[in-house]
Design a protein around this ligand. Structure first.
Ligand code: ATP
Ligand code: MG
Length: 391
């Protein structure tokens, strides 16, 4: 980020590269604080473009569009990590950009990301880079199989991943993934998964949201639960410490999510990081006094970061396209919102996507309660109404 004299105050324009749901919720948070917004995304119907003051419809590597974004904004952020790092570099020549291109570039590449975690002294799964016949042949089956072969770049929601048990399966899987550079990771016995959202300001100030417990189904986040006692306290302290050192080690400015595995023996292993707000932090919109999107606004604008406080036990249910049905006449039938919203503490967030496809993130439901038991009971009722399997 280039040096600026002071904070960017409400009334000015904040920009975001990418127009997905994370961009949309960033735009909402920025607008609530009195900022104008600009979104760069090629899709005319992008969730964020639809609600922004300004929508520049162009590709992320369109230099004229990037110049237009830089010219109209006081600062720029990103909402997905696969935005070309070169685009962020170009923007950074004329406008403050947070997070910086260098940090995003590391998060874009599983191999570079793992190397960073190791540098920060945080344990990672045993793994090897597969980028040639030689590296494929050199795989130590004893330590790495059964494993998961993951493309080094461009994976999300479990896409670009193949589970392999034998050398032959590994060779087939690499073929299937078009022989792009991949990371082979040992399949670990997971007791549970958790994540931490940290936010780091230009001045190095660091705040965090409480550790989030995540349930994935078919490689996609399904449920996040956040309340005292949902994870052993030793693991919680380790996860917070690890997430903070990972952010500090990058000299990071912005919101960063770090995902962890808790192994069956209770030990903690870092999985990956996202240089932006994350699906597992959505509960903070209704369960904390500062949401992850407000933190993103504060970081990029150079505003003070106050430590967020969780005021309610919270559970987030992801609403995937699978919950929408086709009526016999071909029209799309939405889930029973009226019944769900009749339950106490249910907060509906929909992303404005008109087409519901299986596995597509259409929205989420945040459930808050006075106690963890109350939040859980309501979340299970809501899940039953929505057709989400109990958890
Ligand atoms: P995201 O949507 O979080 O970006 P992704 O496509 O990058 O997902 P990962 O986070 O690497 O994928 O993996 C998705 C899920 O697959 C994990 O949350 C976990 O449930 C499972 N998984 C991944 N790696 C391993 C492993 N080494 N051992 C056991 N399970 C794993
Ligand atoms: Mg993940």
């Amino acid at each position: 980020m280039t040096a600026t004299t002071g904070p960017i105050l409400p009334g000015q324009t904040l920009g975001v590269l990418g127009g997905g749901q994370l961009g949309r919720m960033f735009v909402h948070a920025a607008q609530a604080m009195g900022y104008a917004t600009a979104v760069l995304d090629p899709d005319a119907q992008s969730p964020a473009g639809l609600v922004s003051h300004r929508h520049i419809r162009a590709a992320y590597d369109d230099s004229q569009a990037l110049a237009e974004l830089a010219g109209s904004c006081a600062a720029v952020t990103t909402e997905f990590e696969n935005v070309p790092a070169a685009a962020l570099q170009m923007l950074a020549r004329s406008v403050p950009v947070a997070p910086a291109a260098a940090a995003v570039a590391i998060a874009q590449d599983r191999a570079a990301e793992k190397a960073h975690f190791v540098r920060c002294g945080v344990p990672v799964a045993p793994h090897a880079l597969i980028d040639s016949e030689q590296t494929l042949a050199a795989v130590d089956a004893q330590t790495l199989l059964p494993g998961i072969l993951k493309t080094a770049r461009l994976g999300y929601d479990g896409k670009g991943q193949v589970r392999v048990a034998t050398r032959a399966e590994l060779a087939d899987a690499w073929q299937q993934l078009a022989r792009v550079p991949c990371v082979l990771e040992k399949m670990l016995p997971l007791r549970e998964e958790c994540s931490v959202i940290v936010a780091r300001g230009r001045d190095g100030a660091l705040v965090h949201l409480p550790v989030q417990r995540n349930l994935h189904r078919d490689g996609i986040l399904a449920v996040t639960e956040v309340f005292e006692g949902n994870l052993p306290s030793v693991g919680v302290d380790k996860a917070l410490h690890a997430a903070k050192s990972i952010a500090q080690g990058l000299d990071y400015v912005g919101v960063l999510c770090v995902e962890f595995f808790v192994l069956e023996d209770g030990s903690l292993v870092v999985n990956e990081m996202a240089p932006r707000p994350h699906n597992s932090g959505h509960w903070s919109q209704n369960g904390a006094d500062v949401s992850q999107f407000e933190l993103q606004v504060r970081c990029m604008a150079g505003l003070p970061l106050a430590q967020p406080r969780q005021h309610s036990p919270a559970i987030m249910l992801n609403l995937l396209g699978d919950l929408w049905h086709r009526a016999p006449d071909g029209s799309l039938v939405a889930p029973p919102w009226q019944q769900v919203l009749a339950l106490p503490g249910c907060h509906l967030h929909l992303y404005g996507k008109t087409e519901a496809k299986p596995g597509r993130k259409m929205g989420h439901l945040n459930v808050t309660g006075a106690t963890p038991e109350a939040a859980r009971a309501t979340a299970l009722q809501a899940a039953a109404l929505l057709g989400i399997a109990p958890f």
